[in-house]
Design a protein around this ligand. Structure first.
Ligand code: SF4
Length: 409
């Protein structure tokens, strides 16, 4: 459930392009993209993946168009796809023309491997006639050799020059419907390249850390790059390039935008305490069980799983719904207020039931329907736990005293 929040940064003003029904840049929300890993010629397999990606929250999907079979696949996929399809083109300009004929909503060209000006201009002319935007997608790893030599490596200046040179070629045929990316697997290089590019152009920017690798390291690398730029107001569409099921990419992208308040919450946001000496349950196991039970319902709420009723409801008072353990019971709370007490082995099912009711009836109605005796029962359990464990069960004060003792000599 969304609530008014703090804006991370004023978004940089960009011109807008339209990839089918999805606007990118301008005042459009930051969109999420992913790329299929199936052979594009495998129409049913590719469509199944596109539907899974749509379910995970993508706005746009890219498919490779590397041969005639792929182009023909696109002709069958495009009319059945729930999201606009972008064709990824490397080396062969004819494949860009075939993809345009197949009806794709966008193209991605790599200036590092599609280099002949006359071919680039033929593609741009055709895209212009069909009103289809093109992303100029520069990659540090496949940078034009001449630029590599000129700058002594894949520097931010080299990546940006590659992108802008391609735009000049497009300009020669009057085509301007362009977005850019300057990806690198090196995060500082990627960040600096996008910063430089954003100072040089008002075309929308597609952010990504290329070849980020498998999760969790890949997600961390991609997030470090993409989030840094988004918090500076740079970026109009994003893609996580993970060595994983693309659904993971879609989820990560969506979750990042939701976490930054750049998109409305679409799915579950499960938070859980890290557990400590006070925990009355196996927090990791209960959080996992809650996540798998709630995720499939795709409810747009924030749910907290907290290890103890002593601190849980207070620490997670911002969550729409939560459960905290104590005295072999689960204490169900909504926005920090205890609304029910259930048996410990019913914690997850109670959480799921209440989550459904919140989505159906709203927070206020569920707060009004709270079990009147629950608060008092939770208070008793809390007092009992404090009595049993003391108020410094993590021995923090002891540690602090030790630090002070050692420093005082
Ligand atoms: S005090 Fe309670 S809620 Fe906080 S981390 Fe420890 S177990 Fe979890």
């Amino acid at each position: 459930m969304s609530r008014p929040g703090i804006v991370v940064a004023e978004r940089r003003k960009t011109r807008q392009v339209h990839v089918g029904s999805v606007a990118v840049g301008g005042d459009a929300p930051v969109s999420v993209q992913s790329m299929t890993t199936t052979k594009t010629a495998d129409v049913d397999g590719t469509l199944a993946q596109i539907y899974a990606l749509k379910g995970a929250g993508v706005d746009l999907v890219r498919c490779t168009c590397n041969d005639l079979g792929a182009a023909e696949g696109l002709a069958r996929i495009v009319p059945r796809s729930p999201v606009p399809i972008i064709a990824d083109i490397h080396f062969h300009y004819e494949m860009a023309l075939a993809a345009l004929e197949a009806g794709v909503a966008g193209l991605r060209l790599n200036p590092g491997n599609l280099r002949k000006p006359e071919e680039i201009k033929i593609v741009a002319s055709e895209a212009k006639d069909r009103k289809i935007p093109i992303r100029i997608g520069v990659n540090a790893g496949s940078l034009d050799k001449a630029l590599y030599a000129k700058y002594g490596g894949a520097t931010p200046e080299a990546l940006v020059e590659s992108a802008l040179h391609e735009l000049e070629l497009f300009g020669e045929v009057g085509f301007e419907d362009v977005a850019f990316s300057v990806k690198a697997s090196n995060v500082p290089l990627m960040i600096e390249s996008y910063r430089l590019l954003s100072e040089s152009t008002d075309h929308p920017l597609h952010l990504g850390v290329t070849e980020a690798g498998p999760p969790p390291a890949g997600i961390i690398k991609a997030t470090a790059g993409i989030a840094s730029l988004l918090t500076e107001g740079i970026g109009d569409t994003i893609r996580y390039s993970l060595t994983a099921d693309p659904v993971e990419e879609a989820k990560a992208g969506r979750q990042l935008l939701e976490a930054l308040g750049l998109r409305e919450r679409k799915g579950l946001d499960l938070i859980a305490c890290p557990s400590c000496g006070r925990a009355e349950i196996d927090v990791i196991a209960v959080a996992k069980a809650a996540q798998s039970a709630l995720e499939s319902l795709n409810l747009p709420i924030q749910v907290a799983v907290m290890g103890c009723v002593v601190n849980g409801p207070g620490e997670a008072r911002e969550a729409d719904l939560g459960i905290a353990a104590g005295r072999h019971k689960g204490h169900l709370f909504i926005r920090g207020k205890i609304v029910g007490v259930v048996k410990e082995d019913e914690m997850v099912s109670a959480l799921v039931e209440e989550a459904k009711k919140i989505v159906e009836e709203g927070i206020e109605a569920r707060l009004a329907a709270a079990d009147a005796s629950a608060e008092a029962e939770a208070e008793r359990d809390r007092a009992e736990l404090l009595n049993l464990q003391g108020d410094d069960v993590n021995h923090s004060e002891q540690v602090i005293a030790e630090i002070r003792r050692k420093r005082s000599h």
